[in-house]
Design a protein around this ligand. Sequence first.
Ligand code: HEC
Length: 723
Amino acid sequence: MTGAHGKENDVGKPMSRAGKLLCAVAAVALAGTVVTLSGCGQGKGAAQVDQARLLAADKEPGNWMSHGRTWSEQRFSPLDKVNASNVGNLGLAWSFQLSTNRGVEVTPVVVDGTMYVTSSWSVVYALNAKTGALLWKYDPQVPRETGKFACCDVVNRGVAVWKGKVYVAALDGRLIALDAKSGQPAWSVNTTDPKLPYTITGAPRVFKDKVVIGNGGSEYGVRGYVTAYDAADGKQLWRFYTTPGDPSKPQESKALEMAVKTWQGDWFKQGGGGGSPWDSMSYDPDLNMLYFGTGNGAPWDQTSRSKGQGDNLFLSSIVAVDADTGEYRWHYQTTPGDTWDFDSTQTVTLADLTIDGQPRKVLMQAAKNGFFYVIDRTNGKLLSAHNYVTTSWASSVDPATGRPIEQGDPRYKKGPAIVMPSSFGGHNWHPQSFSPKTGLVYLPAQDVPGVYGTDDKYAYKNGEWNTANDTRLNSLPDDKKARAAMKNSMRGMLVAWDPVAGKEAWRAEHKGPWNGGTMATAGGLVFQGTLDGKFNAYDASNGKPLWTTDAYAAVLAGPMTYEVDGEQYVAVGAGFGSVFYLVAGFALDHPGNPENGRILVYKLGGTATLPKPDMTKIAVPKPPADAASAQIVATGHATYNKYCLVCHGYNAIGGGVIPDLRYSSLIGDDTGFKGVVLRGDRKSNGMVSFASTLSATDADAIRAYLIHEANGAYAAEQAPAAK
Ligand code: HEC
């Protein structure tokens, strides 16, 4: 039993501790832990969502029964009790502290007064949506070593519910069905080969008794696919691979026979070419099609993947398949021959628009590559594409061919290149929303430059970081002014995009990039959080800020809204983590705060309060002397960037939720350092051993580099005037 009840709910406190213990029943099953607080408020018939109910979701505006509320993933709520005239009175109704730290990317699902949420490490919670009381909790006990294969933090974006079951996809590749009333597992299947570096962070989707899920892992080398399972028993129904297999063998489908012609080289020996569909999926019941976005190429550098040639289908694409059979219908590739980590996994929003006087069934995506696509979803034909952020790699998209017109040397063939957008994307997983009332798409957009260069020493190794990019170049230059200049060129904004006119209607600037997903409501509002810990509401028609509150943690997830007993609630997840936070090297002004994530729920007149965390900056402890040669430090820097940066941050500046190594006493302790890095002393906490790839000399060089960075930070603090 892992439930720390005292910590599960530190605000709201709907029940006395004694009361909670009275109704607590714990059970362990199927390699996971369930804590059930039975008789604690959840009615019979929990999560009885089915095709008819989801088809008529607009008749139940008080529920949010699917990831993006409806299958169209518009993230628009018809609720309007909270609106532009009264949103200023929004206050905290309750908050729920999750049992894990690390990033919070979940969109809660609410059905008939029960909220289903997930936290990092794929833990599921059922909460009373009115009070925040915990009804049950299921921890799939993901082995913490799996964290090594999660490029972008050990997050989870939420559950699907259907006919009394709650479905979660665990980081380690399991798809698990839980009883919605008790949280007890009903079935569990491995959707991936546990020997390969797949991870799942996305939310499953359900329609027609099928639960569908994709996977991630393209930074390490995998072959992406989407699989549909029978919602009742987990039997596999169909699978669609997003890259072709070994070209000397027959492909699994006609679509892959077509795709294999667009590849060269030996991608299939390097894990499978990538294309992992790790996030967006939408379903159109009228056309009976499922649409999903696919990931980047593996390795990133197309030279190493496909001899630098070919479109490499179905990487960086939007793919439509028959919802019953998984058969290919059409595809639209946003980035042919991807070589920048330009996933096309961003929200795929379905809507009916009038374009040039014609009613069109469209799908819309603000892809990572910086272009906003409007596509006819009946046939995959491009209707329009315009850049919504700076796109240095391509001037425009040719409307006739639908292909980007590249400019300069964006494929870094002649040497390292600075490209915008970067692997962080003009827009990433943070969900966009669409309001049929304003006709606008609300989009968390950003300018973040990236440096790309071919890694001449690249050799594929199963289970390792396999991007074939020279990661030494990924660091901001080792110079304070240059770092500051790079940081200052980054921007984050809420963009209201007019998809018919193909241009921005308004924007709200934020302090920096990597801000939250959005939700639009019939109350004329758009909600969005920010990396620096605010949760805001704007006037949907003109972007006027109408309300803001402190979340004391990054608010990156998609907000949602629901109604219980006639009252409207607005909910959002908040927490420290998510890839940019871990990697950016300057996430916040304090060295971080490993507090657990929270679900924050607001209502008009809410009076609950959040405990304010201690944000005092912690001084860098006096490091050991910086005695190593510049060459060893440079070697250590390169090795650090290749193996450590994704979790411990650029320039060894940690986001805090994973230790900032400049503060670690282990950098002065050779034995202790090697114990963690080469022996795996902390593997049960997510810090695996790197002994299979790194030698003792490598570890020494990394430690020398960390001492160098710690000395720089220490000196800067000791002489603040020189900053
Ligand atoms: C997949 C993410 C990940 C990667 C990659 C990673 N680490 Fe870690 N590291 C962690 C986590 C999580 C912890 C905290 C473990 C704990 O709580 O005990 C940690 C802790 C550590 C610590 C202990 C710090 C302290 O004082 O407690 C050291 C040292 C360390 N890592 C070094 C490295 C080095 C060197 C590399 C690259 C070779 C690396 N790590 C790569 C996740 C990672």
